[in-house]
Design a protein around this ligand. Structure first.
Ligand code: UT7
Length: 313
């Protein structure tokens, strides 16, 4: 666990700045291991809570921007680690919107009728790409994975009802990793220029994130005739508490109905939304029939909103 005091010891910052500007107090860092270890751990936990064996899984979708390596996919490594001998799977790259993009993809596979059990896991080891000398970014991110299981339902009133997803490459230079890919293959030069680290123009992203997340969420509510009071929870990507508050306020959702855990984990990229869902569900705070609006914004730019009705007791 890295708390804000730790950052006071390595960069010019302070606990008060971090808490008031971001809402973060702590973040978790994986010391040994990779993204596939985080993802495999989350899926094993999920399977044991559902009393399922790994052989029953049809598909594994790993939403991540920190794959163990370019190839093979993290999904392949996860498949081996959990022993899902009948599964196929792939990685999905949509940064902080990765879970929403993967959720829609997984739901479409279920709707095709061909697959019955799809695991969607949001997993990122952000500490692998964070420059711990850059105070603009290093205080923001943490490592995490969280997984959900998608299954068919006969009742069309439950599950993923709708999604509005967007991508706009105009944001490509506001939040990205410049080196290591086919554009700027890793070299002494790219390392020297710190191109293997995350770069973010925080102010630029902040502005478009507030607008983007709120716009699609309000569009979703209007489309389905939902008012703020109809929404049991807004489940927002956890990048900054001020972005979350602004989104909730535009949607007319009161603070008590916003899932928040950024204080404990920071921004864990693709993992934030399932991590919120898991924690609140396990604490008994989500019940069957609850209407949830999931919302995210991230690098690309990518953003979106999903409307789902919780189907478990
Ligand atoms: O998850 C993917 C999408 N990402 C996001 O949604 C993140 C969006 N952006 C943000 O959350 C915010 O922009 C940040 C939290 C990154 C920064 O907050 P801000 O209120 O936009 O601060 P700023 O960048 O405007 O910086 C204000 C001041 C600057 O000093 P000057 O230039 O005014 O003298 C920064 O140098 O705060 C300074 N600063 C810091 N001070 C203490 C920047 N980082 C720190 C720090 N500690 N860690």
């Amino acid at each position: 666990v890295l708390d804000n005091k730790y950052f006071e010891s390595i960069i010019e910052t302070n606990d008060e700045w971090i808490r008031t500007r971001t809402g973060i107090s702590e973040r978790r860092i994986l010391e040994n291991g990779a993204t596939s270890d985080l993802a495999a751990g989350a899926i094993k936990d999920l399977l044991s809570s559902k009393n399922l064996s790994p052989e029953e899984i049809d598909v594994i979708i790993v939403a991540t921007v920190t794959p163990d390596m370019f190839f093979p996919s993290t999904a392949a490594l996860v498949q081996e680690k959990i022993g899902a001998s009948n599964a196929w799977g792939f990685d999905l790259s949509a940064a902080c919107s990765g879970f929403l993009f993967a959720l829609q993809t997984g739901a479409s596979l279920i709707e095709s009728g061909k697959f019955k059990k799809v695991i969607v896991v949001g997993a990122d080891k952000m500490s692998a790409i964070v420059d711990y000398t850059d105070r603009n970014t290093c205080i923001l991110f943490g490592d995490a994975a969280s997984a959900v299981l998608l299954e068919p339902t006969e009742d069309k009133n439950y599950g993923l009802i709708d999604s509005i997803l967007r991508v706009d490459g105009n944001g490509k230079e506001s939040l990205y990793m410049k080196g290591g890919g086919s554009l700027n293959p890793a070299s002494e030069e790219t390392i020297k220029n710190k191109m293997h680290y995350i770069y973010q123009d925080g102010k630029a992203v902040f502005k478009v994130a507030v607008k983007g997340m709120a716009d699609v969420s309000v569009e979703m509510m209007d489309k389905h005739g939902l008012k703020g009071e109809d929404v049991a929870y807004l489940v927002p990507h956890q990048a900054n508490l001020r972005i979350i508050d602004a989104t909730a306020s535009r949607m007319g959702v009161t603070k008590d109905k916003v899932m928040i855990n950024i204080n404990k984990y920071g921004n864990t990229t693709a993992a934030t939304i399932p991590l919120c869902l898991t924690e609140y569900y396990r604490e008994g705070k989500v019940k069957k029939g609850d209407k949830l609006i999931l919302a995210a914004f991230g690098a690309g730019y990518t953003w979106g909103s999903c409307y789902l009705v919780w189907s478990m007791d």
